[in-house]
Design a protein around this ligand. Structure first.
Ligand SMILES: [Zn+2]
Length: 316
């Protein structure tokens, strides 16, 4: 059932059977549903309410008045039949809209991959390994990157969701871009890993999936090397994004060095913060002299959130 639910979408006929806010009925639109739900008079409104019954065409005036521009554009792009036609369900993942075992299998694999990844962190086998992962001395955004690595918007994942049609890696132009490919197997990634710790270089080059790619070092490497592995993987993914969106390829040696420096800078900052907390903890606050005021203040920069904060207390 989850497979069918994930791959089916309504083809709009007269719109009478389709629940506008709940069903999937907008092809070529993220999630195939309305992204910004609106308040309609009838909470359980149907797509038929958006169709002009005399013209058998979208009521554009109503749609653009009610919905956000992106949703309204996507609705009005859906072709309608000039003759009355019933609504029908079609399969999103094939050109003719007909379900086949092959496409069902692809969706089943994706669902299984995502759920296996989630189980890895909670199941008895993976629990110990993932406990180690959460304690690593890397920025939280990199831990989250590792945690969500099987859900990266790679070209294979985007093609499976029908957002793009070509799933070939844009860095090497040779293989479908899976997570394991982009982070390890691709020539662009291998050039970076070539400068990493020898034990990592000996890892096999054909991981079945990204879970194997991550669990191998998680189980085998000591923490300091594992931290560098994660930061390098994160740099490779960001470098891939730069290249895909028009940037130039960077020298792999520079990427390797930058990953190493970045990790050192982060750990140095953590160490200084810990030291500061210890030092400031020993200072005893003393009230100011009679009829005076005392101002205590502090400020900090949060790189990861891209913001700063400050606070002040005035006491007599
Ligand atoms: Zn590639």
């Amino acid at each position: 059932m989850p497979i069918l639910k994930s791959g089916c979408c309504w083809r709009v006929g007269d719109g009478s059977m389709i629940r506008g806010a709940k069903d999937k009925w907008i092809p070529n639109h993220t999630t195939n549903k309305i992204l910004f739900p609106v308040v309609m008079e009838d909470e359980d409104w149907h797509v038929a309410d958006l169709i002009d019954p005399d013209l058998n065409w979208w009521n554009r005036e109503l749609i653009y008045a009610k919905f956000q521009r992106g949703d309204a554009d996507a609705i009005c792009r859906i072709p309608l039949s000039y003759r009355p036609a019933p609504d029908a369900i079609f399969w999103l993942h094939s050109k003719d809209g007909i379900y086949s075992c092959k496409f069902g299998y692809q969706i089943a694999r994706r669902i299984a991959r995502e759920s296996t990844w989630a189980e890895c962190s909670t199941g008895p086998a993976g629990k110990q390994v993932w406990q180690k992962f959460w304690k690593l001395g890397v920025p939280n955004k990199i831990k989250l990157f590792g945690w969500r690595a099987c859900l990266l918007p790679t070209r294979v994942n985007l093609a499976e969701r029908k957002i793009i049609f070509d799933n070939i890696c844009q860095c090497c132009g040779r293989e479908p871009e899976t997570e394991a490919h982009v982070l390890w197997e691709c020539g662009a990634a291998q050039d970076v890993w070539a400068g990493c710790v020898p034990r990592l270089q000996k890892m096999p080059n054909n991981h079945g999936n990204v879970i194997e790619l991550f669990e191998n070092p998680l189980a085998r490497l000591e923490n300091s090397k594992l931290e560098l592995f994660l930061v390098q993987a994160w740099f490779i993914w960001n470098h891939r994004n730069t290249v895909v969106y028009g940037g130039s390829f960077k020298d792999p040696k520079w990427l390797n060095q930058r990953a190493s420096d970045y990790l050192k800078e982060f750990q140095q900052a953590q160490w200084q913060l810990a030291l500061l907390a210890t030092t400031t903890g020993r200072t005893n606050w003393k009230p100011p002299p009679h009829s005076s005021f005392k101002l205590d203040f502090d400020a900090a920069i949060f790189d990861e959130l891209n913001c700063t904060g400050f606070g002040a207390v005035i006491r007599n």
